[in-house]
Design a protein around this ligand. Structure first.
Ligand code: NAG
Ligand code: NAG
Ligand code: NAG
Ligand code: NAG
Ligand code: NAG
Ligand code: NAG
Ligand code: NAG
Ligand code: NAG
Length: 669
């Protein structure tokens, strides 16, 4: 069961905690009843300071000398602008003393404290929002500029009322699980909203706090890197530059076009952000992690870093080997690869088509028509994997020849194109929860009904075409930050850089992998123009990854991972030797989201007690199979009956929200 709390630093899950539990793709909405504030528990008028200031029953925030400036999250708790001459004062003025406006966690089963008249929020964790200023340039003491990192923390013990005696409440846990979702460009604050309560349970039996930050350049951190003034401007060009090679007739012309646009994009980044991209390399992000550890006041780093986050983790442990605590790297890449030209792309291609073949199609046939639309009988014959595979080939091939016209009530006329569909297929390989929805859409499309596919593909834009234009968000998504990080990390690559070389790379990548090849290729191509504006990033890490660490790290790598193949995790393990152990997680999707009790118990033992398997590599198997998550579990039988009637669009939306964290480019953010 996966809890998905929706929100962001602007839109915290509110006090009427509405949470959605997704059971094998079926969403049930539970509404935890709103707790009304007893009258006796109203605000106290402060006697000191400014006289009439309202005081909260849980005291005043931020606490003095808190380096993160934490205060309970409300929709207003976004870091003050960099231009603010007195950010502390502005921030203190934002504090809203009414606890009913704060974001509380769900009632925890683990806390003995129960809600009472005196403390209606007893037993509930609290979401705290803050920020941490770090040097923009760690290598230049005379550069006074800073970057302001947005931070969100889920404090499991909640808050202590000033008038009651709940000694365990309101305290930071002994250690904090720092989480990082990847990208580059994934938002750690969003990750906390989404998953902190799940992570503290899963990794620490609910004992440890969870903290996430928006990496420099990302989301609510300041400045945030978008090279387009509005999301809709980016979309306009993406339509052309994201053409899959399979539908392109003149490769050279397409590449010239995409490359020219990338040149324009880099110029835009320069115009809008000046030298900032010099300071976003993974080495600097690792230094930010060290600042976070210091601000937490913890001897060593406890963390759960995912996907590109594992690259941050590898860099961190190499630069700060004496401060490594219990650090899990899940969905493991081999960060050394990213020093090569295009390496962020072409080293990631091993297994996305295996996931499609064995997973999306193979598990569909095994699950049968009750759970997977594509397994429905065709011409009175039951479906075999071989048939299904060739049916899908014909469907996709027909789309190459001509897109299918569609219509959605909110977006109007639209097309189901080969390129958009293959991007969506790649995104779906990240998360098998999305498969029943995709299977239904493909089945309908094959039968001549493009409705579901149209609605699903409408979701892959940065700008949501279902919204009226006047609602365009003022702050565009920080999508280009990802380019900047990838390019900075490979700025000194020695491979050739002419368009002929890139043409050859494009061909190779798409030949190796028709699902991931184009997406990964277009993700690295912009780097051709990075050095024009930022020839020398302030720092990159070029050392070895085999340092003797204060504590070994735990790597988790997945057999069917479409983005971080197991092969890379094994190569990393090879270099790290006894400084790491690897769990080979046999399951689907990106990182260990395909739940395995085996993986989870190793992870929990490690986070809580630091203990690790003795073997270099341990096999763990996912508990369940795609399309049948939750089937046969107690109380779930009725779910499986209604399975085909589930809300596919809703699951798909959830899937895209999650995807935005690990691959913002594929999700339309
Ligand atoms: C956390 O999420 C996973 C799926 O990602 C799920 O299997 C697990 O049950 C959840 N754990 C808790 C404690 O919510
Ligand atoms: C360091 O910062 C100062 C002040 O901004 C600047 O003048 C100088 O050029 C910088 N040095 C380097 C090596 O970037
Ligand atoms: C993943 O790709 C590798 C090639 O690097 C291959 O050996 C392996 O069998 C693939 N895994 C699966 C599960 O197909
Ligand atoms: C499928 O079988 C049914 C009953 O056996 C028959 O009426 C129908 O015509 C068959 N359909 C096809 C496409 O063969
Ligand atoms: C097409 O599919 C949609 C559901 O996605 C359904 O509501 C609609 O009735 C279908 N149209 C036809 C003509 O079957
Ligand atoms: C593409 O593959 C060919 C054949 O293996 C190889 O010779 C060429 O160097 C590759 N191109 C690139 C850019 O890696
Ligand atoms: C790390 O690996 C390099 C070879 O790449 C080797 O020269 C060095 O001794 C190793 N360092 C440690 C601490 O094992
Ligand atoms: C300030 C900002 O850009 N906030 C965004 C952070 O990410 C979440 C989730 O994608 C968005 O909802 C926020 O708008």
């Amino acid at each position: 069961m996966e809890k998905l709390t929706i929100g962001s630093s602007q839109q915290p899950p509110n006090h009427r905690v509405q949470s959605r539990w997704v059971v094998s793709g079926l969403a049930i909405t539970t509404l935890i009843s709103f707790i009304t504030f007893p009258h006796s528990f109203s605000f106290i008028t402060s006697q000191h300071d400014s006289g009439n200031q309202l005081q909260s029953p849980y005291g005043q925030f931020p606490l003095p000398k808190d380096p993160f400036h934490l205060q309970p999250c409300t929709p207003s708790t976004l870091p003050p602008p960099l231009t603010d001459p007195s950010p502390e004062r502005t921030w203190a003025a934002i504090f809203d003393p009414n606890p009913a406006h704060w974001s509380w966690g769900l009632q925890s089963k683990h806390h003995d404290a129960a809600p009472s008249q005196e403390d209606p929020y007893a037993g509930r964790g609290i979401y705290l929002c803050g920020w941490l200023d770090v040097p923009l340039d760690y290598t230049n003491k005379s550069d006074a500029r800073i970057t302001r990192l947005a931070v969100t923390k889920f404090q499991v013990s909640g808050l202590a009322p000033i008038n009651a005696h709940r000694s365990s409440a309101g305290k930071k846990s002994e250690r904090t699980i720092v989480i990082e979702p990847g990208g580059p460009g994934g938002s750690g604050t969003s990750y906390v909203w989404r998953a902190a309560e799940n992570f503290t349970q899963r990794l620490s039996d609910g004992k440890l706090d969870v903290l996430g930050w928006d990496p420099r350049g990302v989301n609510a951190s300041l400045p945030a890197i978008s090279c387009f003034p509005h999301d809709v401007d980016r979309d306009r060009w993406n339509l052309i530059t994201s053409q899959q090679r399979a539908v392109v007739t003149d490769y050279r012309a397409q590449l010239e076009f995409a490359d020219a646009l990338n040149a324009a994009k880099m110029r835009g980044c320069w115009e809008r952000h000046g030298d900032f991209p010099r300071f976003v390399s993974t080495a600097f992000v690792a230094r930010d992690v060290e600042q976070i550890r210091l601000a937490l006041g913890e001897e060593s780093l406890t963390g759960y870093f995912v996907s590109y986050g594992t690259g941050i983790g590898q860099t961190y442990v190499s630069m700060f080997p004496r401060h490594v605590g219990n650090l899990i790297l899940d969905g493991t890449e081999y960060v050394r690869d990213h020093r090569l030209r295009g390496g962020f792309g072409w080293t990631a291609l091993d297994n996305a088509t295996d996931a499609w073949h064995d997973g999306f199609l193979g598990e569909c046939v095994k699950a049968g028509p009750k759970y997977c639309a594509l397994a429905k009988e065709k011409d009175n014959k039951s479906v075999t994997l071989k048939d299904l595979e060739s049916r899908m080939e014909s469907l996709l091939s027909s789309l190459k020849d001509r897109p299918v016209p569609g219509y959605t009530s909110n977006g109007g006329p639209t097309l189901v194109t080969y390129s958009a569909l293959v991007y969506s297929i790649y995104g779906a390989m990240y998360n098998a929860n999305s498969w029943p929805a995709l299977a239904e859409a493909l089945y309908d499309l094959e039968s001549g009904n493009a409705t579901l596919a149209s609605s699903m593909l409408e979701r892959t834009w940065s700008f949501d075409p279902e919204l009226p234009c006047s609602l365009t968000p003022e702050v565009p998504t920080s999508e280009e930050l990802g380019d900047m990080v990838i390019c900075a990390d490979a700025y000194d690559a020695t491979e050739p850089d002419d368009l002929d070389w890139w043409l050859s790379l494009w061909k190779n990548m798409t030949t190796q992998n028709w699902i991931a090849g184009d997406s990964r290729f277009y993700g690295v191509l912009p780097c051709r123009h990075f050095n024009t504006y930022w020839p020398e990033p302030a720092e990159v890490y070029r050392g070895d990854l085999n340092h003797t660490l204060s504590h070994p790290v735990l790597l988790i790598a997945e057999t069917y991972d479409p983005a971080t193949p197991l092969r890379n995790g094994r190569r990393l393990l090879q270099e790290m030797g006894r400084n790491a152990r690897l769990v080979a997680h046999h399951g689907y999707g990106h990182s260990s989201r395909d739940t395995s009790k085996c993986t989870d118990s190793i992870a929990r033992e490690y986070i809580l007690h630091g203990t690790l398997p003795d073997e270099a590599e341990t096999n763990c198997y996912a508990d369940e199979k795609p399309y049948r998550y939750g089937v046969g579990k107690k109380g779930a039988s009725s779910l499986s009956e209604t399975f085909v009637e589930q809300d596919h669009l809703r699951t798909w939306r959830e899937h895209l929200r999650e995807l935005a964290l690990s691959n913002p480019r594929l999700s339309g953010a």
